[in-house]
Each structure stands twice: as C-alpha cells, then as structure tokens.
Design a protein around this ligand. Structure first.
Ligand code: ZN
Ligand code: ZN
Length: 154
C-alpha cells in the first residue's frame, strides 16, 4: 500500500534517436554465408552481392546497402515488372521468402538475415521498391518506426 509509484520503471525512459540513414553492413543467407561484397562498392559502401535468376539467365546483382537509395548494379538486364529470384552466391540456397508476399504488388519476396538485428524483406519484382527492414533486436525495436518496420528502398 502506498507503493504504487514503484510500478513506474524509470530505467525504461531512455530516449532513442532513430537514425536517418540505415546502412546494411552485415547481411547473411539463411545458411549464414556473408553476402557483403568485398570488391564491389556503391557510394563507398560494400554492396550486398546475390545471384539473380530470371528466365534461364543468371548473373550477379549488387544491391545498394544504403537506406533510401537504390543504385543497384545487375549483370543481367531484366525488364521492369518481371519477377526474379535471388540465390546465395556461396551455397546456392534460394533467398525467396515463402511466408510473405509484397505488400504493394503481391509478388514473392526475398529475405536476408541481419545477424543480431533482424531481416530485410524485399520484393522480387523488378521496379517495385517495397522493401522493409524488419528489426528484431530489443534495442532497435525501441525505434518503433512503422510498428517495428523501417521502410527502405533498394
Ligand atoms: Zn549461403
Ligand atoms: Zn512488390
């Protein structure tokens, strides 16, 4: 009795400042292979390197790791609107994410693991810029940006 103020936990009142730019510095396939390119950089940042498959063609695609930017470099030319597949260039596992469809265009999505942070879920339709960064670590969840999703364009 008279102790109700103890229910307020002052340790949880820390202010968090959401970053304006989210750089992906560490992306893995589901088997744990490192997808960061050692030699291809976009705007000075290591690109995310995955294999792209489309109608029997394959090549590498280098994804811009910077939030809000989409200067991807692809070895194969894919017309806008086509749905592609992404595969890990190291172990060959498909990055297709069976659980979620794109929230904009209902195409299949791909997923990459961000160790200790969460996942990137992105649309596999060329030209659709619906990509979300799903943050799962406790500290990042405090950002509460769009209910634990940070929208990103790649
Ligand atoms: Zn792999
Ligand atoms: Zn889409």
């Amino acid at each position: 009795m008279g102790k109700r103020l103890n229910d307020v936990d002052l340790a949880n009142t820390t202010l968090f400042h959401p970053p304006q730019i989210v750089d992906i510095q560490n992306a893995h396939c589901a088997n744990g292979c490192n997808l960061m390119s050692e030699n291809v950089k976009i705007n000075g940042l290591k690109a995310i390197a995955v294999k792209i498959l489309w109608k029997g063609k394959e090549g590498m695609i280098y994804l811009d790791p910077e939030f809000g930017s989409y200067e991807n470099i692809s070895e194969i030319e894919v017309p806008k609107g086509e749905v592609v597949d992404f595969v890990c260039p190291h172990c060959g596992i498909s990055l297709r994410h069976e659980k979620d469809l794109c929230r904009s265009c209902s195409a299949p999505t791909f997923a990459m693991e961000l160790p200790g942070e969460g996942q990137i879920i992105g649309c596999l339709r060329k030209g659709c810029f619906e990509h979300t960064l799903k943050i799962e670590s406790f500290e990042s969840m405090q950002l509460r940006m769009e209910e634990n999703f940070i929208r990103m364009i790649m």
